[in-house]
Design a protein around this ligand. Sequence first.
Ligand code: SF4
Ligand code: ZN
Length: 324
Amino acid sequence: MDCDKCGGAAVTHIAYSGLHLCEGCFSESVETRVRQRVREDGLLDESATPENPDTWVVGLSGGKDSVVLTRVLHDTFQEDSRVELVGLTIHEGIEGYRDASVEACRELVADLGLKHELVAYEEEFGVRMDDVATEDPEGMAPCAYCGVFRRDVLERYAEQLDADKLLTGHNLDDEAQTALMNFLEGDPAQIAKHFDASLGSFDDREAQETFVPRAKPLRDIPEKEVALYAHLNDLPAHITECPHASEAYRGEIADLLRELEENHPGTRHSIMAGYEQLAEAAADSLRGGADDLGDCDRCGAPTDRDVCRKCYLVDAVGGDVPAR
Ligand code: SF4
Ligand code: ZN
């Protein structure tokens, strides 16, 4: 089959657009969509200068998503010194899993010449995820602890690194799954949170004083295309699954979406188009302002309880609460 853009040999067929694309045209189409998303989200602060650049901290796990995101952003802005990229990698303490992906991160940042910060749960909280998963004092899935610890590290280190934006590599499948899960769980507050966590904080000055604004520039790119981009561009992505991965419900939703997308190409895009509007409306009507948050009695982090969820869980697993 020929590439619909240049007539070369096609390597893929994109069902939702109907296009057959060769290696070069496919990579270009991924890069164009990421750049378009960066523009549409207004990610680059127009007042940034080479002397006072916009600092974007990228959550870099070494998996395909964050590796592709880092590489595309680097290629886009390498000639533009108004943007400074910093990779932030978290080591959860998971034997036989994280060491290899940390290596992938090191290889990538060395190759691209980026600043890189590596943070381990063991040093931050005095615990390793392998032990948390075994002891499990709260009777929860390992990811429920791990997600809270990760969010805390990302937010704290984004602040310490003077980040203007915190970027993560969530792709279209991740986002459509979360949207559908939030919807099926019938929880508008969660839908509002999803909006605030990725789409709505750039214009909200009040929120910006409390949190570093977040962005997900890969959110228009399906997972399969991210994987193909990493493969075709020979990126050092690590693909093993975490041994504690346990989000069974998300797996069911992923299967459902896969089937829907196969029968009705474009389903994920249309879910997100409607969901983003819905989420914005939910955020407008349900959001308490940043003013409604107090400080955690233990660590000082913004929270709507006396002690934040992170401090509660760190205590439960017998760890140490880090100073903010
Ligand atoms: Fe943590 Fe769960 Fe991700 Fe493993 S799969 S790194 S336990 S959040
Ligand atoms: Zn706390």
